[in-house]
Design a protein around this ligand. Structure first.
Ligand code: C2O
Ligand code: CU
Ligand code: CU
Length: 475
């Protein structure tokens, strides 16, 4: 059941309280969408905003140097304006366009009243020092200079960035902190691909609504689904042409069960499918990305995300059910004069680990406990940044069995090293692997480089904040 929106409180993030802006339910309703479990993204009559994409920051001569400032600010979002957390003032933040071999020099400037940090999700880079280090904490008012170097053989694909400060990740991502990263060798100056950053949020009183403890346990779902910060935007495309969409699931907990049109999937996460797979349904767990081709239709056709069943959490123990409903992501609108997206050549697949001899096998089990309230654990333990849970040797290939002993889905994410699904036709390599309730999934991982310490966790970010995370040390 949904709560009356007027009872929602603004997040305890230094965001404005619900009563302080004078923009209550009426203001939200007139902005073009209504809230409620059966009406997510329904049109309230206002014209849909036209398509737009985040600003692109592209590297040149092998480097991309920029400041990434996080502040709480008023942004245009969901056809209205709202107080959100923003990277450089926009939701989503800028898209970073990089090439293999590039170095990213980012000064993260924290203008929030709480700590944060930066994670480059899916990049195959060092997690040490001022690299993609999830243990860094950038305190309020401080800044931190990251230097993240992509190897020359870094996979092409779509990746993303978001905060990773344990305990605050779900609130900060829900608040608006996410942006895309695209790694390829293409020149985007004429025709870029279409970047589609999908997120969800609940706005109340001109700010981001707070969520209850029960919603955190379940994994919060926002009432409105956004594509590049817009509700169901129209995308003008030439009929019969081929469009390339790079889709990021930046939702805190929502699975995107995509359908409504035929999609040719060229790859998920850092992996690629050779040959590509034509499907009419594609499920992206939180954190997953997809590189898909779609055909320009003869009449307006929507890409939709259907409500996805991801486990009730067990006999009402969670105290909340998932408030989820179908949502329109975007609508392809035929327009013979529209420009086309660029379609980069397909890339070769990652090497196949199914035939190699593995050096070690281990099992990691998602568990939940009842000690002092419901706990979210891996192998019976909550996250402890000072404990190493798995030690792996650089140069080895391991097989991990990801087991789920709970009644909810948990999407497993490992930083730095991609995972190949073992029980699968063809090569399917990802960095977020969904593990349904009561099931287990086998993956193989080549720990081929980057000694250091990093994390693996459930990418339902509420669960990660509640402790469903572990530490891996590669030596
Ligand atoms: Cu997208 Cu450890 O996170
Ligand atoms: Cu990550
Ligand atoms: Cu989980």
């Amino acid at each position: 059941m949904t709560h009356p929106i007027s009872r929602r409180r603004a997040l305890g993030l230094g965001l404005l309280g619900a009563g302080s802006l004078g923009l209550g339910l009426a203001g939200v309703a007139s902005s073009g969408f209504r809230s409620g479990p059966s009406a997510a993204n329904a049109s309230g009559g206002a014209p849909a905003a036209s398509w737009s994409e985040p600003t692109v920051l592209a590297s040149s001569d092998g480097v991309l140097t920029f400041d990434l400032t996080i502040s709480e600010t008023t942004v245009d979002v969901a056809g209205t304006s709202a107080r959100m957390l923003a990277y450089n003032g926009t939701v989503p933040g800028p898209t970073l366009h990089l090439r293999p071999g590039d170095t990213l020099r980012v000064r993260l400037v924290n203008r929030l009243d709480q700590p944060t940090n930066l994670h480059t999700h899916g990049l195959v880079v060092s997690a040490e020092g001022n690299g993609d280090n999830p243990f860094v904490s950038v305190e309020p008012g401080e800044s931190f200079d990251y230097e993240i170097s992509l190897p020359r053989d870094h996979p092409h694909g779509v990746f993303w960035y978001h905060p990773h400060r344990h305990g605050l990740v779900a609130d900060q991502v829900f608040g608006g902190l996410y942006g895309a990263i695209v790694v390829d060798e293409e020149d985007w100056s004429q025709r870029p691909p279409r970047v589609v950053v999908v997120s969800d949020v609940t706005l109340s009183g001109g700010a981001v609504a707070s969520v209850s403890a029960a919603e955190r346990r379940q994994g919060r779902v926002g009432e409105v689904v956004l594509a590049n910060g817009l509700v169901a935007p129209p995308l003008a495309v030439p009929p019969g042409g081929t469009e390339r969409l790079l889709i990021v699931n930046a939702c805190v907990s929502r699975y995107l069960d995509l359908g409504g049109l035929a999609m040719t999937v060229r790859g998920l996460d850092s992996g690629s499918f050779v040959p590509p797979r034509t499907v009419d349904r594609l499920v992206l767990a939180p954190g997953n990305r997809a590189d898909v081709l779609v055909e320009g239709p003869e009449r307006p056709t929507s890409l939709v995300a259907r409500a996805y069943e991801r486990g009730a959490g067990g006999m009402g123990m969670m105290g909340a059910s998932v408030e989820e409903s179908d949502a329109t992501i975007l609508t392809l609108v035929p327009d013979a004069g529209a420009s086309r997206s660029a379609v980069a050549p397909a890339k070769s697949p990652p090497s196949d680990l199914r035939d190699v001899d593995i050096d070690r096998a281990r099992t990691l089990t998602f568990t939940m406990g009842m000690g002092g309230g419901m706990t979210f654990l891996i192998d019976g333990r909550p996250f402890d940044p000072d404990r190493v849970d798995q030690t792996v040797d650089i140069g080895t290939v391991e097989e991990w069995t990801l087991a789920n002993a709970t009644m909810m889905n948990h999407p497993f994410h490992l930083h730095i090293w991609p995972m190949q699904l073992v029980d699968h036709d063809g090569v399917d390599t990802r960095d977020v692997v969904d593990v349904p309730p009561g099931r287990s999934v086998r993956v193989r991982i080549a720990f081929d480089r980057f000694p250091g310490r990093t994390v693996y966790h459930c990418h339902i970010l509420d669960h990660e904040d509640l402790g469903m995370m572990g530490v891996v040390q590669a030596t």
